[in-house]
Design a protein around this ligand. Sequence first.
Ligand SMILES: [Cu+2]
Length: 374
Amino acid sequence: MTVFLIIIVVALFAITLWQLSRIFQLSRSTQSLDDSQIASDKDNRMQGNLMLAFGIAFYIFMLYNFWAFGDRALPAASSEHGVDYDNLLLLTMAVIMFVQVITQGLLHYFAFKYKGKKGNKALFFADNDKLEFVWTIIPVIVLAGLIIYGLFTWSDIMDINEEDDPIVIELYAKQFSWQARYAGQDNVLGKANVRFIEGANTIGVDESDPYAMDDVITAEIHLPVNRPVVFKMRSQDVLHSAYFPHFRAQMNVVPGMVTQFAFTPTVTTEEINETEYMRDKVARINDIRKENSQALLAAGEEPLEEYEQFEYYLLCNKICGVAHYNMQMKVVVETEAEFNEWMATQKEYSETMQSATASRKSAVSGAEVAQVEN
Ligand SMILES: [Cu+2]
């Protein structure tokens, strides 16, 4: 690191010296500018051709990116609102692409066509009200349309309909993990606050709140398909962001306040794994892992395991510290029956606390035994 900094300092010093010498040179020779400082027709032709070549290369590179990386886009949305979200994004991208292709193309073509030439005089063109009106009103209409469409989509997405009987789940974020708390039988989350964090109560559940007793804290999110879910988010330490890419959902998780996001999953984990798209993707990723494994084996290291199937994940999308990249939690979307089965295996908060107290008691008595023995 030090060597790197020294190299940078030396390089910057050299550049400074060079720039200083140029300034002196220029300030000395204002009267005696030679022709080498003035662009000749040859220079202009060269610059014009380069502008055109750059424009063409730019489009070729753009097309190459679509071709090479297009398949890295997310699969079709697995949530109800995700379809609207994708349509909005698609329309916005289409408009941007259309305008970009035309304006960028014209910019490069005009730089080529109207390059400098000896004897050419620029046309003096004061103004044209009609032209200005057209190029103002078209962007106004298009942008206003996009914004209004976006606002309607946003309010549709953020509108939580309590009549749909959504499941309430709290997402608790801390460096660098997630925990989920289901609201339990009563579907009302018990109160919670970081001040209540103590011992086994790692997320600060308010134990005096009767609503908290049936809450269920889990290390995985299970969601019944086609049932709305409301996530209430809390953070213990810094800003995090709850990001469910496949459900097109993301919301900041802010210490000191509760944020929320609701969506309805529409595709189960099993169903998405049955799609040709996902089967291909998993197979391709496994091929890459197999190749990498060979290199690892050659180096005498453990090979990578192959993936059985695709899983949904909740990720953190705010760079929150060193292990941010690994802050994730598995999400399983399943049928209502499968969900109920899983939920039956989870412990309610009161039970968790009982077993925590019990194990604390046995630990204390163990220590006492040791003391007595000594
Ligand atoms: Cu984070």
